[in-house]
Design a protein around this ligand. Structure first.
Ligand SMILES: [Fe+2]
Length: 255
């Protein structure tokens, strides 16, 4: 594969991600959660980043922007809708724009919900999408700035990507997400198997990410608003997708 990925922990549960085009040597960071952890990853890989692709404005995703810009002279790309809250931003992007890491192109997908301007970056040829705090393994981001229908529309866009698409997320939240998922979808055998695997990985101190779109479609309740068993469990057989999604999100918020 021409695109190599280095995923590593930052802060307590954020992922730092380096994206490296082997053909040209160009490297991008997906967000900049913590300077020290990122510098270690750069040293370990030897991949010097020339750009940051920012997903949203939250401090735990942009904290190291200015320090890394000063150190590496890199450029910072981020969502136009949040440009005023992204330190050091050079280029703003919106739905359908292309950003290139060497010879690998990513399409910008606007995925509002967690924040109003959140974007995901989809490298179609490599079959990888970076969804940060929109789609998590077995979960989705909290709705800080938008109503449920907005997040649902964003998740539907991600669910429409090819099932084999590899998904990298912003946080290691999978174990608590699995516990919640089992409360709304307890008889889903794929979910039960996955929950066991997640417990094993975490007990070994290993990450549960990346995942795939197909895996999430089969096990993530926030992508299963259409599932008759979940609907029955919620007593919402005939409700709209929006209502089912909002109910699942509400239950997770108070869980
Ligand atoms: Fe966030």
């Amino acid at each position: 594969m021409a695109l190599k990925i280095e995923q590593f922990m930052c802060r307590s549960d954020n992922f730092g991600i380096l994206v490296h085009d082997t053909e040209t040597g160009e490297t991008a960071l997906i967000d900049a959660p913590e300077e020290r952890a990122i510098l270690s990853a750069v040293e370990r890989t030897g991949w010097r980043p020339t750009m940051i692709l920012t997903t949203h404005h939250h401090p735990d995703h942009v904290e190291a922007n200015l320090a890394l810009k000063e150190r590496f002279g890199l450029t910072i790309t981020g969502p136009a809708a949040e440009a005023d809250r992204i330190p050091g931003i050079d280029r703003t992007v919106s739905e359908g724009d292309t950003v290139s890491v060497g010879k690998q192109d990513a399409t910008v997908i606007e995925t509002p919900g967690h924040t109003a301007g959140h974007v995901s970056y989809h490298f179609a040829e490599a079959g990888i999408v970076f969804t940060a705090d929109t789609l998590f393994a077995l979960g989705c981001g909290r709705l800080f700035e938008c109503k449920p229908p907005v997040m649902l529309a964003s998740l539907k866009k991600l669910a429409a990507l090819p099932l084999e698409t590899i998904v990298y997320c912003g946080h290691e939240y999978t174990e608590t997400n699995a516990r919640f998922a089992l409360t709304v979808d307890p008889t889903n055998s794929a979910l039960r198997e996955r929950a066991k695997e997640i417990s094993r990985l975490r007990s070994e101190g290993r990450p549960t990410l990346p995942t795939t779109v197909g895996r999430e479609m089969a096990t993530n309740p926030f992508l299963r608003w259409h599932d008759p068993v979940i609907r029955r469990n919620l007593g919402m057989e005939d409700a709209s997708d929006e209502a089912v999604f909002a109910e699942i999100r509400k239950r997770k918020d108070i869980s």
